[in-house]
Design a protein around this ligand. Structure first.
Ligand SMILES: [Ca+2]
Length: 149
């Protein structure tokens, strides 16, 4: 009796404490499209292009990519500095990249704005191990959508 009540209370507390970001669901898309096409497709799916604000989300997404057998691919996320060079935003969330305790996950030497046209953030598979690089928004990559439900 008491243990049942105790369990219920503990689960209730855990649900209260877990931030909403941890309940996000993701979909991994093998189709390769330009950044804004990915952004649009995720909205049409009822979600948003994924933002990666904390390490936990990075791990969840990277695990899903590996599970999908696409770990050598490159994946669009919602990050872009198209509006102002070096001012990276999660466009789908209207928040700066690194706004949660300064956490980012760029690969060494990234973002490097290669060719002066790399304004969109993608997770890099293979040796990149899912860390981030900046690419031309016109290049075609796989993409990750997130859903709040
Ligand atoms: Ca780059």
């Amino acid at each position: 009796m008491y243990s049942k009540l105790f369990t219920t209370v503990v689960i209730g507390l855990v649900l209260l404490v877990v931030p909403p970001a941890l309940t996000l669901r993701y979909s991994i898309h093998s189709t390769r499209v330009i950044y804004f096409e990915a952004l649009t497709r995720c909205i049409k799916n009822g979600g948003h292009l994924a933002a990666i604000e904390i390490a936990y989300q990075q791990t969840q997404i990277w695990n899903a990519i590996q599970k999908a057998g696409l770990s050598t691919g490159t994946f669009w996320t919602a990050g872009t500095d198209l509006g102002m060079e070096g001012a990276w935003l999660w466009l789908s969330r209207n928040k700066p990249v690194g706004s949660v305790q300064g956490w980012t996950n760029w690969m060494d030497g990234e973002p490097n704005n290669a060719g002066g046209t790399a304004h969109c953030l993608a997770m890099v598979g293979g040796t990149g191990n899912g860390q981030w690089g900046d690419f031309s928004c016109e290049s075609v990559n796989h993409y990750v959508c997130e859903y709040a439900d």
